[in-house]
Design a binder for this molecule. Structure first.
Ligand code: FDA
Length: 315
């Protein structure tokens, strides 16, 4: 049932007709506002500043998805460079999340991969001398690009650029991939994974994926990880995992702020605020831009409880 719901939502996300209607319809702004931090970088930074006042950090994401032309790649890169330039002028500590396909990897992998270096270099120089976890976070897409995305991260990291990597608990290979970033003393955002794959390469079913997530938490909070200066980021809304991480981190002597939780803006803001008030480091994945429909509808797909929100905005 949940799977059928998700497939339906993905079809809605990909329909150009529905997208045009929704994005040009003023009555749908409730939906956009729920999940999107602003129509442009200035509005997103303003929103991040409000969140920062509540002790919550941001991971900016420019809404330019399903990119299939070089013109769209250029548009996305310009928007990201503008954001980086602005981050240099404010005191906000920001991650910038970037999908490989968003910057051209689906057209030509080397074209997209080559876009990350100038972005990371620009961010490095924009925030020079400032403390914090500023970085380009490489989002992870389906299993066909995992190997190349990891190589991209490793090369940039080894060259000294501020990059971090998203790894997915649903993939069997993740334990080994994580070990390699822990050995480097890098940063990993661990998510369950928004994709499915066969059982030869993946854990199948919510229970098996969650069990692997717990095993990976143990590694991310191991003594070796701490000794190497590894920075763990737990990208999940799952409160049972939050509780497990906090208990484990306390037991093993990880001070608050030496690891963080990341959630999607608009998904569980109540949980984010509560954790921030308890002194936990929290970051919200903060999308911005005008092409918001595919992103918002996928968020609804992740939680059928949001059906009312969708219905209200469509009627
Ligand atoms: P899970 O689905 O297990 O649900 C736990 C609880 O949270 C439930 O109560 C559920 O209802 C609630 N919840 C979950 N999603 C919600 C939503 N959208 N709105 C309201 N409530 C919700 N995936 C990927 O493959 N590559 C990537 O790069 C990323 N990046 C990424 C960044 C960040 C910051 C997050 C939080 C997630 C991702 N993901 C991702 C998505 C991730 O893989 C996963 O699909 C979702 O986070 C859902 O899994 P959870 O563990 O969060 O919640």
């Amino acid at each position: 049932m949940r799977r059928a719901w998700q497939i339906g939502m993905i079809a809605l996300a990909r329909s150009q007709t529905i997208k045009r209607f929704m994005q040009s319809n003023r009555s749908t702004t409730e939906l956009a506002k729920r999940y999107v931090g602003g129509a442009n970088a200035i509005e997103a930074i303003d929103r991040a500043a409000v969140l920062a006042d509540q002790g919550i950090k941001s991971s900016f994401f420019y809404l330019g998805e399903y990119v299939d032309t070089r013109e769209l790649v250029e548009e996305n890169l310009s928007a990201l460079q503008r954001l980086i330039g602005m981050l240099g002028k404010v005191t906000i500590e920001g991650h910038i999340s970037v999908d490989p396909t968003q910057v051209g990897c689906s057209i030509d992998w080397s074209l997209g991969a080559s876009a990350y270096r100038p972005m990371a270099a620009a961010l490095q120089s924009a925030v020079k001398g400032r403390s914090g976890q500023h970085c380009i976070m490489i989002d992870m897409e389906d299993d066909s690009v995992v190997e190349r995305s990891i190589a991209l991260h490793d090369n940039l990291f080894d060259e000294g650029y501020p990059v971090a990597l998203t790894l997915q608990a649903y993939l069997r290979r993740t334990a080994d991939d994580l070990a390699s970033v822990i050995a480097r003393g890098g940063r990993v955002r661990l998510v369950k994974g928004a994709f499915v794959a066969n059982s030869d390469i993946a854990f199948v079913g919510e229970r098996a994926i969650k069990a692997n997530y717990y095993r990976l938490v143990d590694r991310m909070l191991s003594n070796e990880a701490r000794k190497n200066g590894f920075y763990p980021i737990f990208g999940t809304h799952d409160h049972e995992i939050h509780a497990y991480v906090i208990e484990k981190a306390t037991e093993l002597g990880w001070p608050k702020g030496s690891y963080e939780f990341e959630m999607l803006y608009g998904a569980r803001d109540d949980v984010a605020t509560e954790l921030a008030q308890k002194g936990e480091a929290i970051r919200l994945y903060l999308p911005f831009g005008t092409d918001w429909w595919p992103y918002a509808i996928r968020r609804i797909g992740e939680n059928p409880k949001n059906l009312m929100l969708l219905t209200r905005s469509m009627i």
